[in-house]
Design a protein around this ligand. Structure first.
Ligand SMILES: [Fe+2]
Length: 302
């Protein structure tokens, strides 16, 4: 489909994902183009822009068109001299090969995330992105009604016991830094999207427990809901080439980076747009259980 401003939008998955052609993200974009990109983001949830070859400054400028930026991360250091850019490198032991939504352990997780590829392996190292609204719609009615009422506690100090021990000193150091401030936030299991009203499962790797349930019941129930998110039908798989940029709606997706490229180098730069406080189906807002409001991380905390 070609839009009125000449954007060429090509779907790349049945339920999520589109590639956008006919736009140079380093240019001064017309507000009408930005509006169309935002509409495409709401509809397709993950957008791929090939061969853009942006530098850090251009990525920051483009992402700022969608709102105020967060800093790189609540606990992990940014790229040197670039406080809003998180380096996503493939150092063994710190790879994001678990399904998650970015930074859901704070009360105001980012609205959208962008990843820009600098170095990618010749094979593997893809990013998988899942549509959590499609997952919600896939739930049988009794599970959907149950999910509507549930709340989950998300934390950055999630259960690493279920994962392998840190593989090396660098991974152990990353883990120590990651949990250097502890956050626990209660979010609705079903989040109503603030722009579209669509409902999506808002869980993922930082969701540790269901409010009111013990650890065993929590794990089982989260596993069942999560199994709908990770159905192949609900996922698009992005194979990177250097110079690409991917923009996804962090309010209604999860993502996963398969650890399948051995010791080959991989480097992406992540920039995220600040997001609002999630609301459940009855309008109740997320609240902090432990930790600060992360105002050093996101301007949305205020
Ligand atoms: Fe992520």
């Amino acid at each position: 489909m070609t839009t009125s401003t000449g954007l060429d939008i090509r779907r790349i998955g049945g339920r999520i994902g589109a590639e956008l052609l006919g736009v140079d993200l380093s240019a001064d974009l017309d507000p009408a183009v930005v509006t169309e990109i935002n509409s495409a983001l709401l509809e397709h949830k993950a957008l791929v822009f090939r061969d853009q070859n942006l530098d850090d400054a251009a990525q920051l400028r483009f992402v700022s068109l969608f709102g105020e930026l967060t800093t790189a991360h609540p606990t992990v250091p940014s790229v040197d001299g670039r406080p809003h850019i998180l380096p996503v490198d493939g150092d063994e032991g710190i790879r994001a090969n678990h399904w998650h939504t970015d930074v859901t352990f704070v009360r105001t997780p980012p609205k959208a995330s962008t990843l820009r590829s600098l170095v990618v392996p010749p094979y593997g190292g893809n990013t998988l992105i899942a549509n959590t609204a499609a997952a919600y719609r896939d739930l049988p009615a009794p599970l959907r009604e149950l999910a509507d009422k549930l709340w989950a506690v998300h934390t950055n100090d999630f259960d690493y016991a279920a994962h392998a021990a840190p593989k090396n000193e660098k991974a152990a150091e990353h883990r120590r830094r990651f949990v250097s401030r502890k956050y626990r936030t209660a979010h609705p299991v079903v989040r109503v999207h603030p722009e579209t009203g669509e409902r999506g499962l808002f869980i993922g790797g930082f969701a540790q427990s269901i409010v009111g349930l013990g650890p065993s019941d929590s794990r089982d129930l989260l596993r069942i809901f999560q199994s709908y998110v990770t159905r192949p039908e609900n996922i698009v798989r992005v194979a990177w080439t250097p110079g690409d940029l991917v923009l996804f709606d962090n309010r209604i997706t999860q993502h996963y980076a398969p650890d399948d490229y051995g010791d080959l180098p991989r480097l992406l730069h992540r920039v995220t747009v600040a997001g609002d406080v999630p609301a459940g189906v009855d309008g109740t807002l997320s609240h902090v259980v432990e930790g600060d409001d992360a105002s050093h991380y996101t301007p949305a905390a205020a």
